[in-house]
Design a protein around this ligand. Structure first.
Ligand code: 4AD
Ligand code: MG
Length: 465
């Protein structure tokens, strides 16, 4: 008999039918006359209640049905008397696939802390919270592909192993097959890579942008969506060493176009969650963050603030003059700390802010220089609770100006001739951005630690599973 997924079982036409369900037991309770099992199969946050009439089942046969056990039940689907559910199954046959010893199975039905569950990341998808988070993660990936596909962007695959450091921040994980116990060095003590796998130093990518620019200046509009890696030693609730990034790149786009896409895209994704992840969002709204759904609806409905950095600094300086205290100093040229960003977004404007035109010294080499010679056309989208969710910019398309920035910033260009070729042959104005997938998920799920929106987080000193 064909299995019915629990997500499909609440269809009214199934009432009265015989159904077959398979899943993992959430709980069992009852007495010697009747036993109730809550079964979940991962297809939805909802459990199906299975009723065992103990006149038909042996008490011993039900004993192995403890939390976490996997079972197969065939029975009749009937309307339920119990509150909170529309249907339940009157069990006729029971098959037990696997037991889960209550003494050692860690996912018991009590409220575990997020820290505990992180140590059990191999089993946490079986909890309600992580089931909801990972289903939403899937739906967000679909939303992203759908948005770009519908808007004429091509999904372009950029390499994961690379020899260039896009952000120029030197936070790369090296990729090598060299024997680390016997490294060949030159007379200055530098490692010789000639005999390494690629014949030169290689790393895991921090961003697909540079290759994305090659594609945008050929296909027009492209996006990447893949894993990126940063060896930054920041142990914060918003940083991962391995995270997924979405990087659209658009030829012939200027700063206004860029901000329009950023805003439209992120609202589309959030709206997609509201429309396609209702049950999971309601669960998270009840259990994790009571303001979640309201906040999502609010962001979709509001117009984002567009704020030049220089104006932002003025607002922060005024706040300080009026008694606001920050841990880090504020001055023109400073890199804003997350407390500053959050003040602007959560206290001053109370809505998302797209900050633009940053001082050139705190941004990457490829950002387009403004006529003032001091600021660049970079944009950071700042979100309530999250801080920076998107980083992007108009790219410097002028060969000489780009070379000027590269020299000024001492960027090693020996392996970047191919990037400069875009500016030598048919260069065009273009712009793009990177959205941190897990930062978006933090916002959409209301979870507060980025380790809890990716199945197996990689952070300093943590590479388990
Ligand atoms: O601001 P970032 O460093 O920008 C870039 O990499 C550009 N090349 C993107 C582009 O223009 N194509 O990173 C982009 C976004 C950030 O806004 C943040 O959401 C996320 O990536 N991000 C991280 N997410 C999790 N953990 C980390 N360590 C992250 N670093 C950046
Ligand atoms: Mg950034």
């Amino acid at each position: 008999m064909k299995r019915t997924k629990i997500v499909d079982i609440f269809a009214p036409e199934l009432i009265g039918q015989q159904v077959s369900v398979k899943g993992w037991v959430r709980s069992r309770r009852g007495n010697k006359h009747v036993q109730f099992v809550a079964l979940n199969d991962g297809s939805t946050i909802k459990n199906i209640q299975i009723v065992f009439d103990m006149a038909k089942f042996d008490e011993e046969a039900l004993k192995p049905i403890t939390t976490g056990a996997s079972i197969h039940v065939i029975g009749q689907l009937v309307e339920s008397m119990g509150k909170g559910q529309s249907a339940e199954i009157q069990a006729e046959t029971l098959e037990i696939y696997g037991t889960a010893d209550p003494e050692t199975y860690p996912m018991q039905k009590k409220g575990h802390t997020m820290e505990f569950l992180r140590e059990k990341a191999h089993l946490r998808p079986r909890t309600n919270t992580f089931g909801a988070v990972f289903r939403i993660r899937h739906h967000m990936a679909i939303a992203i592909h759908k948005y770009f596909h519908d808007h004429g962007f091509f999904y372009f695959h950029t390499p994961i192993i690379t020899a260039s450091d896009c952000e120029g921040a030197g936070q790369m994980f090296q990729v090598t097959t060299k024997n680390l116990y016997d490294l060949k060095k030159d007379e200055n003590g530098s490692i010789i890579y000639d005999d390494d796998f690629f014949g030169k130093q290689a790393s895991l990518t921090v961003s697909g942008q540079l290759e994305g620019e090659l594609a945008a200046t050929a296909l027009g509009s492209i996006y990447t969506f893949g894993p990126t890696f940063r060896a930054e030693n920041s142990n914060t609730p918003r940083h991962l060493a391995e995270f997924w990034m979405i990087e659209p790149e658009v030829a012939f786009a200027d700063l206004g176009d860029l901000m329009d896409i950023e805003e439209d895209f992120i609202k589309y994704c959030i709206n997609w969650a509201l429309e396609n992840c209702k049950d999971d969002l309601e669960f998270l709204n009840n259990m994790i963050d009571k303001g979640l759904i309201d906040r999502l609806k609010e962001v979709v409905a509001t117009e984002f603030i567009r704020l030049p950095y220089t104006e932002g600094i003025k607002i922060l300086e005024e706040a300080i003059a009026n008694g606001k205290q920050f841990e880090f100093p504020v001055y023109w040229g400073c890199d804003l700390a997350s407390e500053h960003e959050r003040y602007l977004v959560e206290e001053h404007f109370k809505k998302p802010v797209i900050m633009t035109d940053y001082p050139k010294d705190i941004k990457a080499f490829y950002m387009k220089l403004n006529e003032d010679g001091k600021t660049v056309q970079g944009t950071d989208v700042l979100f309530p609770q999250i801080g920076e969710i998107i980083g992007g910019s108009v790219r410097e398309e002028n060969y000489d100006k780009l070379m000027g920035r590269i020299e000024e910033m001492n960027i090693p260009m020996k392996d970047m001739w191919w990037y400069l070729d875009t500016r030598r042959f048919g260069t065009v104005p273009h712009a793009g951005f990177g959205l941190g997938f897990e930062r978006l998920l933090l916002f959409v799920t209301g979870m507060t630690n980025i380790r809890d929106v990716i199945p197996f987080p990689r952070t300093p000193n943590n590479c388990e599973f």
